[in-house]
Design a protein around this ligand. Structure first.
Ligand SMILES: Cc1cc2nc3c(=O)[nH]c(=O)nc-3n(C[C@H](O)[C@H](O)[C@H](O)COP(=O)(O)OP(=O)(O)OC[C@H]3O[C@@H](n4cnc5c(N)ncnc54)[C@H](O)[C@@H]3O)c2cc1C
Ligand SMILES: *[C@@H]1O[C@H](CO)[C@@H](O)[C@H](O)[C@H]1NC(C)=O
Ligand SMILES: *[C@@H]1O[C@H](CO)[C@@H](O)[C@H](O)[C@H]1NC(C)=O
Ligand SMILES: *[C@@H]1O[C@H](CO)[C@@H](O)[C@H](O)[C@H]1NC(C)=O
Ligand SMILES: *[C@@H]1O[C@H](CO)[C@@H](O)[C@H](O)[C@H]1NC(C)=O
Ligand SMILES: *[C@@H]1O[C@H](CO)[C@@H](O)[C@H](O)[C@H]1NC(C)=O
Ligand SMILES: *[C@@H]1O[C@H](CO)[C@@H](O)[C@H](O)[C@H]1NC(C)=O
Ligand SMILES: *[C@@H]1O[C@H](CO)[C@@H](O)[C@H](O)[C@H]1NC(C)=O
Ligand SMILES: *[C@@H]1O[C@H](CO)[C@@H](O)[C@H](O)[C@H]1NC(C)=O
Length: 529
């Protein structure tokens, strides 16, 4: 545990202050008091006023937007923006932000990579809050000898992958494919990608962590205990504190891997192949990951007609020669051949999946949002293969959406995901799930009408999919957060966490009984497990 001396006093007097003066303060006074408190509690050597951005400063908008992936909340009457943004450059700044916001009646939203699907790291439906933006706390320290690394929460996946590979090209890490995702949100919500069938989720590979709790204390696995260690590996850390860093175990990857795309339209039997894939993909050799990205598009060969394009977007942890044998035995129908192979290093496969093929690896260090657009996503888990006739109906639905395409991203489970117990971490989506579907729609206009129209498409698609996906509960993936699942934990709790929800609420009641760390879908404290 570590606590700067000046903070020790603040923590002791905190409970007194909380019960007294905040209700009568005006917002401006609160905000001003926060600033003064923050300056008092941080080291003046690095002028800490430069770490604070209020809405009346010109830099506020640029800092707010610096990592926002979904601009839909910037023009929404449903949400409010932070009264202040804090950009810590030292762990002690995070402690001060917690102590001072608590003392002055403000809430905290923490942002690492800003990819939250519902903007919960930077907007709120009612709380007056500050954003603690961890982008500057992003070091990645690799211990090559022990095959581990300490990764600060503000690092992006691109920075993690790049730094690990720089140290040793036969280690990688199991996490998501979009390289601007932040470690802070992603690891704590699960984290799935091309290595999940072999190594599990990102959360499955965490071995230690450092977190600032609601008292402003820095705790780790040993001082916080195994219940908390369990909770932050899939339960979403936002309910429990501010993660400063995670210690992770790196994953072995061979020096040569093979990436490929096989693309099929309806005329090329896409429907049969996708139907087949549902049984094959989750049962393949765990070195082979084949996901399917499906969307409607104009048919090049038939003017005015629409078709479905299914991309079999894949990674094999081995050479082309080995892969040809595996594909020949397991999935001959796909017609995979040597010409489809792209042999490369594991880091190059990261570029391949992120859509950066041919670009220098340093593109992974670019944290800027690529699109500056609005999007809406939802998720489902499939436990029984969908029939060919049902796929034809689903394709019709996709082809009728006249706006930007509705995209289905289907990621296979199986492999080691089947072997990890459902209760090992809060992420419960293990054996019995064939694959996860993510529904995704992106658009560029920012007026309400366009936004509502796209949200409606997504809600209709979700209703339409009901018969084909998991039931009782209809499960959802926390990292693909969906506010349509509601604000009541009784509804979304079992969907995101199944039977693990009660233990999460119990841990919450132990570490943050006052529910200081909260958002529209955070774990509520309960009195008994
Ligand atoms: C384009 C895109 C592609 C994606 N691809 C994948 C994928 O391949 N696989 C996958 O599994 N997911 C994927 N995701 C989802 C992603 O994993 C989640 O959105 C994740 O929560 C983002 O983490 P973040 O730090 O970037 O987001 P933020 O918006 O910064 O945070 C997300 C949530 O975590 C909380 N949080 C952030 N940092 C901390 C911290 N240090 N301590 C405590 N709480 C914190 C926030 O308050 C918020 O509630 C993708 C998202 C996008 C937008
Ligand atoms: C901005 O607002 C803060 C807090 O309300 C105040 O302290 C500060 O003086 C203001 N700055 C400017 C430039 O108006
Ligand atoms: C998106 O916004 C960020 C931050 O404002 C900016 O740096 C980036 O260049 C923008 N990207 C595009 C493609 O406009
Ligand atoms: C605002 O909230 C309402 C009610 O939850 C919802 O139906 C609507 O889609 C939201 N609008 C936007 C633009 O997010
Ligand atoms: C001081 O701030 C600068 C940028 O504002 C940052 O790069 C540096 O790491 C900070 N130093 C400390 C000790 O926090
Ligand atoms: C963070 O601040 C503490 C004092 O509060 C100081 O001892 C330490 O060197 C700082 N760390 C960095 C990385 O700047
Ligand atoms: C690189 O990682 C592999 C495991 O993937 C390990 O066996 C090897 O010793 C590491 N090399 C170095 C130089 O650390
Ligand atoms: C376009 O689609 C219709 C209906 O499915 C079909 O009858 C027609 O042959 C198609 N046109 C072409 C040129 O393929
Ligand atoms: C915000 O939404 C309103 C209402 O739809 C619209 O009139 C306005 O143009 C939008 N503003 C921006 C910046 O897109």
């Amino acid at each position: 545990m570590s606590l700067p001396p000046s903070l020790g006093i603040a923590v002791l007097s905190l409970s007194l202050l909380l019960t007294t003066n905040t209700a009568i303060s005006s917002l401006n006074a609160m905000h001003g008091n926060f600033m003064q408190c923050f300056l008092d509690h941080t080291c003046p050597s690095n002028s800490s006023s430069q770490l604070l951005y209020s809405p009346n400063t010109t830099a506020y908008d640029a800092v707010l937007r610096s990592s926002i992936q979904n601009i839909r909340f910037l023009n929404s009457s449903n949400t409010t923006k932070p009264v202040l943004i804090v950009t810590p450059t030292n762990e002690s700044h995070v402690q001060a932000a917690v102590v001072c916001s608590r003392k002055h009646g403000l809430r905290v939203r923490v942002r690492s990579g800003g990819h939250d699907y519902e903007g919960m790291s930077y907007v709120s439906e009612g709380d007056r809050f500050i954003v603690v933006d961890l982008a500057a706390l992003r070091s990645v320290t690799v211990d090559a000898e022990h095959g581990t690394a300490w990764v600060q929460a503000g690092a992006t996946l691109g920075e993690v992958y790049y730094t690990i590979a720089e140290k040793n090209r036969t280690v990688g890490f199991s996490a998501g494919v979009c390289t601007t995702i932040g470690v802070g949100g992603h690891f704590s919500g699960g984290g799935i990608g091309t290595l999940s069938r072999k190594y599990g989720t990102a959360a499955d590979n965490i071995v230690d962590f450092r977190l600032v709790d609601a008292n402003g204390w820095i705790l780790d696995r040993q001082s916080m205990g195994e219940d908390s260690f369990w909770a932050i590996r899939g339960g979403g850390a936002a309910s429990f504190g501010i993660v400063l860093s995670y210690k992770i175990e790196l994953n072995y990857v061979p020096p040569i891997v093979t990436a490929f795309n096989v693309i099929k339209t309806l005329k090329q039997d896409a429907t049969k192949l996708v139907t087949k894939w549902q049984k094959i993909g989750p049962n393949l050799d765990e070195n082979l990951y084949i996901r399917v990205i499906a969307q409607a598009m104009d048919d090049d060969e038939a003017e005015g007609n629409r078709t479905i394009q299914a991309i079999f977007n894949s990674l094999y942890l081995g050479t082309c020669e080995e892969l040809l044998t595996v594909m020949g035995c397991s999935f001959p129908e796909l017609g995979f051949e040597a010409a489809d192979c792209n042999e490369m290093s594991w880091l190059e496969s990261v570029l391949f999946f992120a859509g950066f093929t041919g670009r220098p690896a340093e593109v992974l260090l670019d944290r800027r949002p690529e699109f500056n657009s609005s999007f809406k996503a939802k998720s489902d888990f499939v436990r029984e293969p969908v029939t060919e006739t049902a796929w034809e109906e689903i394709w019709k639905f996709l082809m009728e959406a006249k706006d930007e395409p509705l995209i289905l991203i289907m990621e296979p489970f199986g492999g080691v995901m089947n072997e990890i117990a459902k209760s090992a971490t809060p992420f419960p989506h293990r054996k019995g799930n064939l694959y996860i579907i993510q529904y995704f729609m992106r658009w560029f206009e920012t007026d309400m009408e366009t936004t509502e129209r796209h949200l409606s498409w997504m809600r209709e698609l979700y209703d339409f999919m009901t018969p084909y996906v998991s039931k009782n509960p209809r499960a959802a993936y926390l990292n693909y957060r969906d506010i349509d699942l509601g604000r009541s934990a009784r509804v979304w709790g079992p969907k995101y966490f199944n039977n693990n929800f009660n233990r999460l609420a119990y841990v919450k009641s132990m570490v943050d009984p006052d529910n200081f760390f909260r958002n529209e879908q955070s774990i509520p404290p309960i009195k008994s497990p």
